[in-house]
Design a protein around this ligand. Sequence first.
Ligand SMILES: [Zn+2]
Length: 423
Amino acid sequence: MDVNSHAEELASDLGVDKEEVKADLQNLLEYSVPIDEAKQSVRRKHGGGGGSTPTPDAVDVGEITTDHDGVTVTVRVLTQGTRTIRYQGDDLTIREGEIADETGVTSYTAWQDFGFEPGDSLTIGNAGVREWEGEPELNLNDSTTVAIADEAVAVDREVGGDRSLVDIAAGDRGRNVEVRVLEVDEKTISGRDGETEILEGVLGDETAKLPFTDWQPRSEIEVGADLRIEDVYVREFRGVPSINLTEFSTVTPLPDPVEVAEDAPRLSVADAVGSGGMFDVEVVGNVLEVRDGSGLIERCPECGRVVQNGQCRSHGDVDGEDDLRVKAILDDGTDTVTVVLDDELTAEVYGGGLDDALAAAKDAMDKAVVADDIADSLVGRAYRVRGNLSVDDYGATLDAVEFELADDDPAAHARAALAEVGE
Ligand SMILES: [Zn+2]
């Protein structure tokens, strides 16, 4: 709807001149007042009062589109998460989650505490509709009314935020997990309010492992602790979903140990890449190529980036520090991924450490011999790779934690056997 139509609707509701209403509206819109608020304000000015807002027609959740200005829905609350955001300079506590009826599910943001909980059946009057990540989302604000529905709303969906780690995705809010703390580190970061202590680490359950950040460090979070953590939100961090604990999250020790998956889920490269990023995943494929920037490399002493021709991208001319690394292209027939081996894994596949590599490079008077040597042993062979997969504009990268010849590759066995005979 444009200002004209809004003005027309308001003018006819209030029984006043349309041009006058339009001028008032335009004035408010110039000050970036949202249209709903502007209309409320014009209503009050003309004695319409906030309470006389006509309640929009009731719609099914499945029918809501971003073309709706406001809607009235009767729904079941599926989940609710709480967090503080900074909005126009103020810290604001908002509640977010999903609501559903028989026809569909939608997310919501409540800008005040309406007091409802997951499982409640509600009639929500005059909720605003905005677009969030391409989908309509309901905005529950000052003009919204929330009442207990006359009847319980039946939905064919899970009520409540309990999830296994494998089902956690970036963008989730109000989730509850039962996990074991596998790793935890204290860190100091400079946030918007100065230096802040946080905890970072890894959580596991029997389905998966995921990184986490606790923005309000809690003593219960220590390695080996089995915990139920309620009201976390999930955001993407370095390409994988990361669990965030806020001041609103609660942490309760569990009486029984949480089973943790030993193995990473094994996926095809296409499925792993298609997930948009995964923490702790396993793929099996053939090494097609060892890329430039492998073998004996130099890193910037300041930032650790790989230095090319004595130049760091951020720090310019630097005295690089020697290091070992492999960037290999792995292909399993469904897709390819760049596998990165750190210095330790590189030493394993090279069959020697940094000193050996430097000695070999000195003998040959060529650093490239190290990468050539590594390529000779890797290219054409099948490997099982476990690690953390991130996907960005430059492609998919698997930071390897484990890198081993695949057991199920007969050709590799044959070559390994031949190599032994030859020694
Ligand atoms: Zn640097």
